[in-house]
Design a protein around this ligand. Structure first.
Ligand code: KG4
Ligand code: ZN
Length: 345
């Protein structure tokens, strides 16, 4: 086993101010990673009043919260900056005013402490989030098909091994989480809509309305959710007495159907030994259950993070930084680090 290193990770890409401290011991096979602390300060109350994330307001909140959140993560881990080896901020994708707070704070810490930076792609955080502590039988895991479903992205990734991955397809318009949030808005449910739609869906009939399954039969791994959201809008306009619970259950059924069908197709084509699910929408119980059942039928292992690791947090950013280091990434000087709102996986 190699030397143990400690990583301070920082996440401010959207509306959660988060910091975590992880330790990592690299060696043959899977790195040994421990979470020493993880702090998330949500801005939910502020944005729910406005019905969505307002970038300028989010940035002001990050600015207010970043120092106490980072301090708490160090205190909870019982370490100070001297004990930290690397600082790992999310550098993109995300809202630029939000990203800048975390990135510039990390750069200032790096300048003051002389600790180098590991710049993390937020989507890499989601991608690695189901893999914590799954390393015992590394040869049984790959190839892995990963479905990442968040508020801003819907991506199918082929992970060939712990280091190499390839994006097979993504949404051509709205992301899955965005569709949940927009359907909630149409139904006048509180923000954020995803959890509200899934809660209401429990009381509805998933077969009540046969909503469209966009791009289901196209021979690619791309998605489209904007037509599905519009179909919900027209249904309510034309049949205003439809039970909201039935709308939620039927919409969720259509969205889950498309996500599962395409993931299953990819898993078959690439002979996946395992399937993973991550991103905020991975907190959805119907999607978790459906993909678990699909994986079981295919005799593939199924990995999904606990629900608190699905939505944005800094633990997954630290995890991605740890895997980057383990895979040979050379940390950088703060002078080389820049936020990039459009960073691709
Ligand atoms: O990963 P995340 O926290 O932020 C982004 O990186 O975008 O994902 C947030 C998204 C939101 O669209 C939210 O509505 C959705 O995840 N979400 C859910 C559930 N919980 C969160 N969608 C459906 N069902 C849920 N239970
Ligand atoms: Zn996210």
């Amino acid at each position: 086993m190699g030397k143990e290193v400690k990583i301070l990770s920082i996440e401010t890409s959207c509306d959660e101010t988060a910091a975590a401290v992880l330790s990592m011991e690299s060696g043959k096979g899977f790195p040994k990673i421990k979470t020493l602390s993880s702090v998330v300060k949500s801005q939910l109350k502020l944005h729910s009043k406005m019905g969505g994330v307002v970038p300028e307001a989010a940035a002001r909140e990050h600015l207010k919260n970043i120092r106490p959140v980072v301090e708490k993560s160090l205190n909870d881990a019982k370490v100070n900056l001297d004990n930290i080896d690397y600082i790992a901020p999310t550098v993109g994708p995300g809202l630029i005013p939000s990203l800048l707070i975390g990135v510039e704070f990390a750069k200032a810490l790096s300048l003051a402490s002389k600790k180098p930076i590991i710049p993390v792609n937020h989507m890499l955080g989601h991608l690695y989030s189901p893999l914590k502590d799954k390393g015992l039988k590394i040869k049984d895991l790959f190839p892995m098909i990963s479905l990442i479903v968040s508020g801003g992205h819907t991506i199918i990734v082929l992970m060939k091994n712990i280091k190499e991955y390839k994006v097979l397809g993504q949404t051509v318009d709205d992301a899955a989480g965005e569709a949940f949030d927009k359907v909630a808005k149409i139904l006048k449910l509180p923000y954020p809509g995803g959890p509200e739609v899934s809660k209401l869906a429990l009381d509805g009939n998933p077969s009540a309305i046969n909503f469209p399954r966009p791009m289901l039969n196209q021979k690619n791994y791309n998605f489209s959710f904007s037509g599905l959201k519009t179909a919900v809008f027209y249904r309510l306009r034309d049949f205003p007495k439809t039970k909201p619970a039935d709308i939620c259950a039927s919409f969720q059924e259509a969205a889950v159907d498309v996500l599962i069908t395409k993931t299953l197709r990819a898993a078959k084509e690439f002979k996946a030994k395992s399937i993973s699910l991550s991103g905020g929408v991975a907190a959805n119980s119907a999607l978790r259950a459906a993909l678990q059942a699909t994986s079981y039928k295919l005799q593939a292992k199924f990995f999904v993070p606990p629900q608190n690791l699905c939505t944005d947090n800094a633990e997954m950013i630290g995890l991605a930084a740890a895997f980057m280091l383990h895979n040979g990434y050379k940390p950088k000087s703060y002078k080389q680090i820049k936020a990039d709102p459009n960073l691709q996986l």
